[in-house]
Design a protein. Structure first.
Lengths: 335, 119
């Protein structure tokens, strides 16, 4: 069927059209003459209609018209009574009118069909071009975003080198770590067909570097108990930043107790929700701890993003500090 | 061991940052900064033989600039930071490394020197 379509829309040279038409006329009239004695009376156009249709389809409307005219004249002379003459009798007039009506209808329909197929082909080519341009633009955009993130990352690193104050350096390290999280997600979404992220795998990739960028990293052991948790592109960045902030916060406070601290990240997908637990074995939360009143920028970021995601953040002291984040998973992301 | 590192990136800030990261790792390194493939070619034509190449190029771009064969024959450690999709296997088969942007100093150090401590 595809080949038939391609034949219909193919551009044909004038030479091709005329050769096809001549061959069609010769074969149609010749075969009709050959079969004349074997056919019952009343079939003057038997082989001529197929010739007109096939020529119109494969060689174009003009060629089809030429075949229709020549075959019609040939049939009038050779096959309509009285044969071997151009005499016009009522039956021959009727037959000729019938012939003209049929071939006209055929050629009009074939012409309309070929026009529709050609238009479809043009639209298909345009769609393919647009799709390719879209893909190219998407990749170009991704490269530009990557480049800009690299510039920002370089700026932070260069600023860090110029700063002597340790707390300022630590703040810049945190900023760099957050940037790397955003960049990791951006890389995952680089593929235009892939607009979801497995947060479990992402955290396995990103959190070790977040912990190692801390000055207290040698006192922290990070464990993972994560299942695949698939989130949409819109959810990935805020969720990743929440988790990074909670882990950074845990590293900062638990490890400051001057002993080895075990930090455990649990991630589960349960129906319409994702459950993330950051647990440490430190001294737990301060007795007067109120998250909403915390001066920590990281905690404020985590609370804001939790609200943005429509989730819930619960802080507890259970064998250390435990923070449980529950967020609804968007329907577009498969669980 | 003194390293000669050629860094190519069209962005001046990224070039400087890469140079600084290299010098943090190898304080005695000789670092050459290039903006584009043309400058790489001019540098190489001047007789410089870097041991490490950090290039913002794709494999296709490197071949187009007639630098791929030279890089492969030079024996230098090659790190490409501008690879196109699908080039990773070809690059790996050459024994070269890739870094996806944006990469941190730790990423670069890991690629430059496996086993190097981050701090």
């Amino acid at each position: 069927m595809e080949q038939l379509r391609l034949w219909a829309v193919a551009e044909r040279s004038p030479l091709y059209q005329w050769v096809f038409a001549i061959l069609a006329i010769v074969i149609a009239v010749g075969s009709r003459a050959y079969l004349d004695h074997a056919l019952p009376p009343g079939f003057p156009y038997l082989t001529l209609f197929p010739a007109v249709i096939l020529t119109g389809y494969f060689a174009g409307t003009r060629a089809g018209i030429a075949v229709a005219v020549v075959c019609g004249i040939a049939a009038w002379y050779l096959f309509l009574e009285p044969v071997n003459s151009f005499a016009l009798t009522p039956p021959s007039i009727l037959a000729l009118v019938f012939y003209m009506f049929i071939v006209t209808t055929d050629l009009v329909l074939i012409h309309a069909m070929r026009y529709a197929l050609s238009t479809l082909e043009v639209e298909k080519d345009r769609s393919d071009t647009l799709a390719q341009a879209n893909k190219t633009m998407f990749h170009e955009l991704q490269h530009r975003v990557s480049n800009n993130l690299q510039v920002v990352s370089s700026l932070l690193k260069m600023q860090r080198r110029n700063v002597a104050d340790e707390s300022a350096r630590a703040a810049l390290d945190v900023a760099s770590a957050r940037l790397q999280v955003v960049a990791s997600i951006q890389r995952q979404l680089h593929n235009p067909k892939r607009q979801t992220t497995d947060m479990g795998q992402l955290m396995r990739d990103v959190l070790p570097e977040v912990v190692s960028s801390s000055a207290l990293s040698d006192r922290v052991v990070l464990d993972f108990d994560v299942e695949p948790v698939i989130v949409s592109g819109d959810q990935a960045t805020p969720l990743a930043l929440i988790i990074v902030e909670l882990v950074s916060n845990a590293v900062e406070h638990a490890a400051a107790s001057h002993r080895m601290t075990h930090l455990h990240l649990t991630m589960r997908s349960r129906g319409p929700e994702a459950i993330i637990i950051v647990q440490d074995d430190g001294d737990g939360l301060p007795a007067d701890f109120v998250p909403e009143k915390s001066r920590s920028l990281g905690l404020r970021v985590a609370l804001q993003f939790t609200e943005q995601l429509g989730g819930k953040l619960v802080f507890e002291t259970v064998n250390g500090a435990r923070v449980t984040l529950t967020i609804p998973l968007e329907r577009s992301a498969p669980h | 061991m003194q390293h000669t590192v050629l860094i190519q990136d069209p962005d001046a800030l990224i070039r400087l940052d890469l140079a600084q990261t290299v010098l943090d790792l190898w304080p005695d390194a000789s670092v050459i900064l290039c903006k584009d493939a043309q400058q790489i070619a001019q540098t190489v034509a001047g007789g410089v033989r870097p041991g490490v190449l950090i290039l913002r190029q794709s494999l296709r771009g490197l071949r187009g600039a007639n630098l791929a064969d030279w890089a492969a024959a030079s024996g230098a450690r090659v790190i490409l930071t501008g690879v196109d999709d699908g080039e990773a296997p070809s690059i790996a088969s050459l024994g070269w490394s890739t870094l996806d942007m944006p990469f941190s100093a730790a990423h670069l150090r890991r690629v430059l020197q496996p086993g190097c401590n981050d701090r």
